[in-house]
Design a protein around this ligand. Structure first.
Ligand SMILES: C[S@@+](CC[C@H](N)C(=O)[O-])C[C@H]1O[C@@H](n2cnc3c(N)ncnc32)[C@H](O)[C@@H]1O
Length: 243
């Protein structure tokens, strides 16, 4: 097995070649750390991956759950067209305040809304406001609620909406069905739900890097109505039309 220091070295190499962080992103991390926020944001190579996914998706409306200091939000918002919009949900008032300042410094305040409150309270409000459908969702908050978030995400989706979920492998513990870790259980509940969900096509890709051994879940909404007991068919169905 490769030494974990090799993963960090490769991240550093990619970071110095393909993913150069600019002063705005560096300032975002610095000011978050100075404010005492935990250093648990996505890595630069992961941030660039989110940016590329948003670009590939042509995302105009993005919903993020878990803002922290606004680092991933900065990557995602930079992929938006000028009239695009990112809503990012954050439960911690201090995190939200730091993120708002960082996003304003990044010149992104006009297209990003940091919405304060537990995501499970913000989702119904967004639905009641008629927000969405969102083109891209990034889930990076409290894992035990992942299953509940999935239900709301489906309500706020269109055919073709994409979901990215961070931290779903958890050093391999996701494969342990007997785990009592609430985050592992939360991820497994979401994966179980997706496995029996014929509206969505999903997979998980394992990752290593400076953040250790983990992984992303990637999913696409294939249809808005369930096909019923006949179950899942991978690939485009007759109702697979982008709205
Ligand atoms: C891993 S951090 C997010 C990192 C961020 N996406 C980035 O990469 O820059 C998780 C964030 O989710 C927030 N959070 C946790 N539970 C939440 C909830 N129920 N509703 C909204 N935000 C929550 C935490 O306060 C924390 O700021």
């Amino acid at each position: 097995m490769t030494d974990p220091s090799t993963w960090t070295a490769v991240d550093a190499y990619i970071g110095s070649t393909l993913v150069s962080e600019d002063p705005v992103l560096e300032a975002c991390v610095r000011s978050s750390e100075a404010a005492g926020l935990p250093s648990i944001q996505v890595s630069p190579v992961q941030g660039k991956l989110l940016y590329l996914i948003a670009k590939l998706q042509g995302a105009r409306r993005i919903l993020e759950v878990g803002t922290l200091g606004g680092y991933s939000a900065t990557w995602l918002a930079r992929a938006l067209p000028p009239d695009g919009r990112l809503v990012t949900l954050e439960i911690n008032p201090k995190h939200a305040e730091v993120a708002r300042a960082n996003l304003a410094r990044a010149g992104l305040a006009d297209r990003v809304e940091v919405r304060l409150g537990p995501a499970l309270e913000s989702f119904p409000k967004l639905a009641a406001e008629g927000a969405g459908p969102f083109d891209l969702f990034f889930l990076d908050a409290d894992r035990p609620n992942n299953r509940a978030y999935l239900d709301w995400i489906l309500r706020l989706s269109r055919v073709g909406s994409v979901l990215v979920v961070d931290n779903v492998v958890r050093r391999g513990e996701v494969a342990d069905g007997a785990s009592v870790d609430p985050s592992v259980r939360g991820v497994r509940e979401m994966i179980d739900a997706l496995a029996s969900e014929d509206r969505v096509s999903a997979t998980v890709i394992q990752t290593v890097g400076k953040k250790g051994y983990d992984g992303f879940l990637l999913a696409r909404v294939e249809r808005l109505t369930t096909k019923g007991p006949r179950g899942r068919t991978e690939g485009a169905g007759p109702d697979d039309r982008a709205r």
